[in-house]
Design a protein around this ligand. Sequence first.
Ligand code: AP5
Length: 192
Amino acid sequence: MRLVLLGAPGSGKGTQAARLKEYLKVPHISTGDLLRAEVAAGTPLGLQAREVMARGELVSDEILLGMLEERFSKDDTRGGFILDGYPRNLAQADALDRLLAKLGQPFDIAIQLAVDNEQIIERLAGRAKAEGRADDNPEAVRKRLQVYDEQTAPVIEFYRQHGQLAVVDGVGTMDEVFARIVKAIESYRSAG
Ligand code: AP5
């Protein structure tokens, strides 16, 4: 199964991907995690990305595509993947289509986790207290939500128009949300 997980910051993409990778037995590829690893390692790419991420803005499309190409060159992605955090704008959606077509691995379905902004702000404030992630402060969260509305929402609309989107209610317990995603995957599989 080749899955793209979409949703606003804090909608639960990472949480659910961690469960889904056990269910689907495919790797979880999070562009946010890949970038945070570069930042933590202090690589030139990480140094370039750190401030941009802390402000809640998008890192350049070119950097992201290079990172993804490298990740998809690894053998473990041959049997499928869960892509989390990419694409975030229409140019990235186009780049992803071209990359996956080149690899002969077009994605099966994009699943959007739908969560209202009030709940997102509450979740991220909770994580800011618990973990202190650099971009979970109120100002960066506002910016991340704005970037999502302006740049990522059109990607969702694009996939919807192409019949490649399943929307899942992301509000509820983590188990409830997981069960809804599994249901969406299984109904896609049985339709195919
Ligand atoms: P990224 O790491 O992708 O961050 P994000 O999209 O803002 O997502 P989060 O990790 O905050 O949320 P999530 O949806 O994964 O939810 P989570 O499961 O963690 O990107 C970070 C930055 O990197 C970007 O801003 C950008 O700068 C850069 N970047 C990344 N990809 C890029 C790209 N493609 N192009 C350019 N730049 C890029 O959950 C959040 C919290 O909620 C947790 O505390 C969790 O425990 C809690 N939670 C989860 N589910 C529930 C639930 N059901 N009920 C209650 N709480 C819940």
